[in-house]
Design a protein around this ligand. Structure first.
Ligand SMILES: [Zn+2]
Length: 122
């Protein structure tokens, strides 16, 4: 394992720990919050909004966590850093920015720009 790999693994492990912390924090909050206990209508509305916002955040973090864990699994298998689509190596700079990236920058752009359904013609 190279020094760069070690650095990326450390980043991924830190990220995973933070995500797990954040997710368990939400779960504690969700259990503590009981709907309908607010005294004022306005408070209820705000709380419902807060809950929706933190739920959305919660879901993002779970998606992120699964990506981070998939990256760590790829690392264990020695497949880390290769683009899932074209098999080329993903730039180290990109991995530092997005350690759980599954695609090289070219494929990422292609996937993002490709119209949904068929990706052949634009
Ligand atoms: Zn690629």
């Amino acid at each position: 394992m190279t020094k760069n790999d070690q650095r990326l693994r450390k980043m991924l492990e830190t990220e995973r720990r933070e995500l797990l912390d954040a997710i368990s924090h939400y779960e504690v909050l969700a259990r503590q919050k009981k709907p309908g206990l607010g005294n004022h209508m306005a408070d209820d509305g705000t709380e419902a909004f807060d809950q929706a916002a933190s739920l959305a955040l919660h879901r993002n973090e779970q998606i992120l966590l699964s990506q981070v864990e998939a990256a760590l699994t790829r690392m264990d298998k020695g497949e880390y850093g290769a683009c899932e689509r074209c098999g080329n190596e993903i730039d180290f700079d990109r991995l530092v920015a997005v350690p759980y990236a599954e695609l090289c920058i070219r494929c990422q752009l292609y996937v993002e720009e490709a119209p949904r359904g068929n990706g052949t013609k634009r």
